[in-house]
Design a protein around this ligand. Structure first.
Ligand code: CO8
Length: 259
C-alpha cells in the first residue's frame, strides 16, 4: 500500500498506520483524509490483520485539520470537509477490528478527534491534547463535541472546548481521555504488546465485543443488554468458541481460526 501522506507496516497480525506529513505536524488535509479512508478499507479487507495501530510520524500525532486549507472555505465547503472527516473517523470506530491510537505528540483538534475514534489510546509522555478550535473561531467539526463529552463527561468536555486549553498526557490520563502513558521510546513497542495481547484471543469474540460496546453506548441499557445477548449467542455458532473452551478444559493454549 503506497500513499503520499501515510506510511503503512504490517508485522504478523498487527498493522501500523502512520500519518506522515511531519512538516505540517501531520495536519489532516483533504488528501490525507482520503488516503486514511482508503487505508482503512484496505485494513478492513486484509484478513491477516487483527489489530490496527494508528500513530504519527515525527513530533506530532495530528495537529488538527489543515488550517491553511480551511481558511478561505465557504460554509458549504466546510460542511463537506467536516462530513468527510466524520465519515472516515466513524469508519474507524465501526470497523470490526480493534484500533489502538499510539499518540506520540500533538493530538489537537482533528487529531484529538482521530484518537477518540480509536478504541484504545496509548499516549507517550510527550503527547498533548486539546480541542483548540474556538481559538480559531470555529467549533470542533470531526465529532469532538460528541466523543469528548462521552469519554470524559460533558462538564470536562465543555471546559476543554470552551477554553481551548491544551493538556499534557498526565492530565489526559487523569480525566480518562487516554488508557495509559508510556515513554516516547517505548510507545510503539508497548502499543504492539497491547495489540498482541488482543491478537492472541478469539478474534470473532473480540470483534463482537467491540460491536456490543459501541452499539450499547449509543442506546439505552435494556437495548444494549439485548444486543449483548444476541452477540453472545452468535459466539456459540463459531468453531472458535468450541476451541476456546476445549483448550481450557484440556489445559492447553487455544488455536483460534477465526471461524
Ligand atoms: N494546519 C496546518 N498547518 C499546521 C497545523 C494545522 N492544524 N498545525 C501545525 N501546522 C504547521 C505550521 O503552520 C508550521 O508550518 P510552517 O513550518 O510551514 O510554518 C508547521 O506545522 C510547524 O508548526 P509550528 O511552527 O506552529 O510548530 P510549534 O512547535 O511552534 O507549535 C503547535 C506546534 C502548538 C501544534 C502549533 O503548530 C499549533 O497550534 N497548531 C495548530 C493546532 C490547532 O489549532 N489545531 C486545530 C485545527 S482546527 C481542527 O482541527 C478542526 C477539525 C474539524 C474540521 C472540520 C472541517 C471543516
Amino acid at each position: 500500500m503506497e500513499w503520499k501522506n501515510l506510511s503503512f507496516k504490517k508485522d504478523g497480525n498487527i498493522a501500523i498506520l502512520s500519518i506522515n506529513r511531519p512538516k505540517a505536524l501531520n495536519a489532516l488535509n483533504t488528501q490525507t483524509l482520503r488516503e486514511l479512508d482508503e487505508a482503512i478499507t484496505e485494513v478492513e479487507k486484509d484478513e491477516e490483520i487483527y489489530v490496527l495501530i494508528i500513530t504519527g510520524e515525527g513530533r506530532s500525532f495530528v495537529a488538527g485539520a489543515d488550517i491553511g486549507e480551511m481558511k478561505d472555505m465557504s460554509s458549504l465547503e466546510a460542511r463537506k470537509l467536516a462530513h468527510k472527516g466524520i465519515k472516515v473517523f466513524r469508519k474507524i470506530e465501526l470497523m470490526e477490528k480493534p484500533v489502538i491510537a499510539a499518540i506520540n505528540g500533538f493530538a489537537l483538534g482533528g487529531g484529538c478527534e482521530l484518537a477518540m475514534a480509536c478504541d484504545i489510546r496509548v499516549a507517550s509522555e510527550k503527547a498533548k491534547f486539546g480541542q483548540p478550535e474556538v481559538g480559531l473561531g470555529i467549533t470542533p467539526g470531526f465529532a469532538g463535541t460528541q466523543r469528548l463529552s462521552r469519554l470524559v463527561g460533558p462538564g470536562k468536555a465543555k471546559e476543554l472546548i470552551f477554553t481551548a486549553d491544551v493538556i499534557d498526557a498526565n492530565e489526559a490520563y487523569r480525566i480518562g481521555l487516554v488508557n495509559k502513558i508510556v515513554s516516547m521510546e517505548k510507545l510503539i513497542e508497548e502499543s504492539i504488546n497491547l495489540a498482541n495481547r488482543i491478537a492472541c484471543k478469539g478474534q470473532i469474540a473480540v470483534r463482537l465485543a467491540k460491536t456490543a460496546i459501541n452499539r450499547g453506548m449509543e442506546t439505552d441499557i435494556e437495548t444494549g443488554m439485548s444486543i449483548e445477548r444476541e452477540l453472545f449467542g452468535q459466539c456459540f455458532s463459531t468453531e472458535d468458541q468450541k476451541e476456546g473452551m476445549r483448550a481450557f478444559l484440556e489445559k492447553r493454549s487455544p488455536n483460534y481460526k477465526l471461524k
